[in-house]
Design a protein around this ligand. Structure first.
Ligand code: NAD
Ligand code: KPL
Length: 303
C-alpha cells in the first residue's frame, strides 16, 4: 500500500524519508509542476540527521496525477489543508485514510467534512524539523507523535509500519485531548514570545501574564469538555518554558522569518470556542487582538 505524502516540507519530509528508508512505497505530492520539476532536478528529498545527509529518490507527482490514493499523509500547514485536500479529493478511494499532521485545531474538522467517505486520523507531534534549503529537511528535535481517530478508536492495521520505520508514535483513544493540551501550551507561550520577541525562557520574566492565560485556558478546556487536558496546565507550561528556555517558539520563528503563522488554529480557535461556550477569556481575547495587530504592523497575514 503506497503512502502518498502531500507536502515536501519539514514534517512531510521527515516522515517520507523515514518511510522510504524502511522500504515502504512512498510518493510525494508537490504543489505544482514547477515544484515537481525542481524536485526532480534535486534528485530527491534529503534528510540531515546528526550532521549526516542522505538523499532519498522518492518518486514525485502533483495532485493532478490520476493514480488512486488509499492512504494520504497531509503534511502542509493548517491554513493550506482544506485547499490541498480539495485538489486531490477525486483521487481518494472510498474508505481512504488520511493522516492529518496539522498543529492546532479547526483545520481537521474542515478537512473531515470535505471528505465524508474517508477516515481522518488526527496527529499531534512534538518532533522538530526544519528546512535548510529546497527539499532538504533537518531533523532538529526528538519528540513523539500521538495519532487517533475521534470517531473510531480502532488502531489501523498499518500502524506498525510507522513504528518499524523509526517514527516514534503511539495510538491514543483521546487524540482531541492531546491536541487541546498542545493548543493550550502553544497559546500560553507562542503569542507572548512573538510580542516580547524573546526565546521561550524570556517568559520567565512574565510569570503573572503566563499564569493568567493558563487560568483562562484551563477554564476553557473544562467548559468545552476537555477537562483532562486542563490538569496541571500551568505547571506543564512552566516546565515547557524551562525545558525550551533557549529555543524560539515556532510562531516566533515564523514571524522573524516573515512566514504566515497558524494563529487562527491556535489562539483564534481558543477564542472562538470560548465564545461558543460563553466562557469569558478577556486576556486571551486581548492577546489575540494584540497579536493580530502586531502581525499586520509587520506586513504579515493576521489570519
Ligand atoms: P512546512 O512549511 O515546512 O511544509 C509544508 C509543505 O506543504 C510546504 O513544502 C508547502 O509547499 C507544502 N504544501 C502546501 N500546500 C500544498 C499543496 N496544496 N500541495 C502540495 N504541497 C503543499 O511545514 P511543517 O513545518 O512541515 O508543518 C506542517 C504542520 O506540522 C504544521 O501544522 C506545523 O505546525 C506542524 N508541526 C511542525 C513541526 C516541525 O517541527 N516542523 C512540529 C510539530 C508540528
Ligand atoms: O510547541 C512549541 C512551539 O514552539 O510551537 C513549544 C516549544 C511547546 C512552545 O509552545
Amino acid at each position: 500500500m503506497t503512502w502518498h505524502v502531500l507536502g515536501a516540507g519539514s514534517l512531510g519530509g521527515l516522515w517520507a524519508t523515514r518511510l522510504a528508508r524502511a522500504g515502504q512505497p512512498v510518493r510525494l505530492i508537490l504543489r505544482d509542476s514547477s515544484r515537481l520539476t525542481a524536485y526532480r532536478a534535486a534528485g530527491g528529498l534529503s534528510l540531515i540527521e546528526d550532521g549526516q545527509t542522505h538523499c532519498y529518490p522518492i518518486p514525485g507527482e502533483t495532485a493532478a496525477a490520476s493514480t488512486p490514493i488509499r492512504r494520504l499523509l497531509l503534511a502542509c500547514k493548517a491554513y493550506d489543508a482544506e485547499a490541498a485536500v480539495a485538489s486531490l479529493a477525486s483521487r481518494l478511494l472510498p474508505n481512504a485514510e488520511l493522516i492529518l499532521l496539522q498543529n492546532g485545531l479547526g483545520s481537521q474538522a474542515t478537512v473531515a467534512a470535505s471528505v465524508p467517505h474517508s477516515r481522518c486520523i488526527l496527529a499531534s507531534s512534538t518532533e522538530g524539523a526544519f528546512r535548510d534549503g529546497d527539499f532538504r529537511v533537518v531533523f532538529a528535535g526528538h519528540g513523539h507523535t500521538w495519532l487517533g481517530d475521534p470517531l473510531d478508536a480502532t488502531q489501523p492495521t498499518w500502524f506498525e509500519q510507522l513504528t518499524s520505520s523509526g517514527i516514534p508514535c503511539e495510538w491514543t483513544p483521546d487524540i482531541l485531548s492531546r491536541l487541546w493540551r498542545k493548543l493550550a501550551l502553544n497559546c500560553a507561550i507562542n503569542p507572548l514570545s512573538v510580542l516580547y520577541d524573546c526565546r521561550n525562557g524570556g517568559l520567565l520574566e512574565h510569570p503573572l501574564e503566563v499564569a493568567t492565560l493558563c487560568a483562562e485556558l484551563a477554564a476553557l478546556l473544562q467548559a468545552s469538555g476537555h477537562a483532562a487536558a486542563a490538569i496541571d496546565l500551568q505547571a506543564d507550561v512552566q516546565r515547557v518554558i524551562r525545558a525550551t528556555a533557549e529555543n524560539y517558539s515556532s510562531m516566533q520563528q515564523d514571524v522573524s522569518q516573515r512566514r504566515r503563522t497558524e494563529i487562527s488554529y491556535l489562539l483564534g480557535q481558543a477564542c472562538a470556542v470560548a465564545a461558543r461556550y460563553h466562557t469569558d477569556v478577556p486576556h486571551l481575547d486581548a492577546l489575540q487582538q494584540r497579536l493580530r495587530a502586531h502581525l499586520t504592523a509587520h506586513g504579515l497575514p493576521s489570519n
